[in-house]
Design a protein around this ligand. Structure first.
Ligand SMILES: [Zn+2]
Length: 275
């Protein structure tokens, strides 16, 4: 039983605002990365108890150097650092039995804790017409390898977002959103217990949860915050810019092109000046 853990930060236990997740200026960042390591360890410990034999942890936030390597469970391997062509999903392939998304957050526009989609430039992202955030996008990537996403952890609203896309997914809810930067958090002890219990539940259901598969050909469409960003994104070869809707779209041929094109569009768009 081979398990892939993509670990983001916004949905980690005890984290409510940017002071915990910004490596440069976050006054609580040192605590945030410790909480992140503790959440990962709770999942790893329970997965090993259940019978997982191999666990790869992909640090998936910001520069992807957040998890405390020296404190991570000794049986897990850590993929750290950036850039990576496949970002939060680097390292996944069809040899894995299941993927877990830990510390994940809601898509842009939803009032979940620290909601966003990849970067501030994205207003909405769609695959085959279905709106997706980071959870959905990464689940489609995993689905193209035939790997089901069986567990998500984060706030109550990412639990809802993920369940709408993947029936039967197990959800470890470690906090309840009060606003985009406020939440009622379980205690460390209760959050650890929730993560462990839901990890075991998810592993017992791996056969029942289907990989998220959309019909091919795939269509990736991104609605940007302003037209200048869309114009920059449309410089990526193979994209189409609909000036009526402001949406830039493309038809990636596989999961690698899907991830690389999305990253190229967003990175270019981020360079557009507003005022
Ligand atoms: Zn993040």
């Amino acid at each position: 039983m081979k398990l892939f853990l993509s670990v983001d930060m916004e949905g980690i236990s005890g984290i409510v605002d940017t002071s915990y997740i910004n490596p440069d200026s976050g006054t609580n960042y040192a605590r945030g990365r410790q909480f992140m390591t503790e959440d990962a360890n709770a999942v790893i410990e329970a997965a090993l108890e259940w019978g997982a034999t191999e666990i790869l942890v992909a640090d998936s936030h910001n520069t992807m150097n957040n998890i405390l390597w020296e404190s991570l469970h000794p049986k897990a391997k850590l993929l750290a650092g950036s850039p990576r062509n496949f970002s939060m999903m680097q390292g996944l392939d069809d040899s894995f039995d299941a993927a877990f998304f830990i510390g994940y957050h809601t898509r842009q526009g939803i009032p979940g804790v620290l909601s966003h989609t990849m970067s501030g430039v994205v207003r909405n992202m769609y695959i085959n017409g279905r709106v997706v955030g980071e959870f959905g996008f990464n689940a489609v990537y995993a689905g193209l390898y035939g790997v089901p996403v069986c567990l998500v952890s984060g706030d109550n609203l990412i639990a809802r977002e993920s369940s709408e896309l993947i029936p039967g997914i197990s959800t470890a809810i470690v906090k309840t959103a009060v606003s985009r930067t406020s939440a009622i958090c379980l205690s460390r002890e209760q959050a650890t217990a929730e993560l462990k219990q839901k990890t075991k539940l998810a592993l017992s259901r791996v056969q029942e949860v289907k990989p998220l598969v959309f019909a091919e050909p795939l269509e990736l469409a991104i609605e940007f915050s302003h037209a200048g960003q869309a114009e920059m994104a449309a410089d990526v070869p193979g994209t189409r810019y609909d000036t009526e809707t402001g949406i830039v779209s493309c038809s990636p041929k596989d999961q690698h092109e899907l991830y690389k094109t999305m990253r190229a569009m967003i990175n270019l768009a981020a360079g557009a000046q507003f005022f």
